[in-house]
Ligand binder design. Sequence first.
Ligand SMILES: [Zn+2]
Length: 303
Amino acid sequence: LQPSKSAISGHDLTGPGFGRLEVDLLAGLNEQGGEAVSRVLLEPLTGRDEERLAQTDAAHNLPVWATRLLAEKVFWKGQPLGQERAAGLAIVDRDLLMLYLRMQTFGSGVRGVTTCGHKDCGVKLDFYFDLNAMTIPQRQSSGHARPATVAQAERSIRFSFREPDGRDQAVIADLAAVDPEQAWLALMAGCITEWDGQAGITAQTLAGLPDDVLSAVDQTLADEIYSLDWEIELACSECGRNFKRTLDIQAIFRQELQFCNDGLLEEVHQLAFYYHWSEADILNLTRGKRRLYLQYIQKEIQT
Ligand SMILES: [Zn+2]
């Protein structure tokens, strides 16, 4: 899924508003010996953030990029969350925060380009969907490790696992691009904190397990680990068939910030021209506020 350049040039202001947004985390963050982080505030991006983020290297590790952004824009107890806590958030919470940050910035509509999922067709298609239609899972009790069992031969193996976090995501990001299966094995191994009385298991040992045991572990983790990997169903206008695509909100948002933002300086120019505000003041506004003032100017000009 590629966002289209024209996607967000409109005045889609249907996001959760321009101000700070309170978000209840789904997995939360258990501080070692400290207070659990469960409710945070999300600070919307300003023009200055947009300007800086447009210059990010596209080849840069996506989870590391997301950690930096969340470290600055998520607030807990009046302070930015910081790199360490942002990296320690469960993937599901990172996706949730990124979803709201995206909606605060660009609204809820996502427009883009993809190709038909049927190989015999493969035509290029425009798509649109509304992020408000996405289902958010229920809040989870805690980020503590959870126990599970799988059967091997005549006995059952007990193991414990925790939610994967931003650090796990960063470690496997490059591998995931070339070998998703190996990446998933590495992610599972990283999240298994205890295996059959041992402290964890390596990806190699995991891969060497009998097929039925491995697939049972795989199934348990796939069912139990919360994710916001939304499958969206799209209809092909060429061949008339439906197909599914997975929406990666972090990837989409980064692409939008990198490639769809060439209107920023023009907006600064127009606002400076009509209101005589300084560039610095205008860049401190959110995208939503800039667009709103531009609408007011449009109305003045028309009347
Ligand atoms: Zn098609």
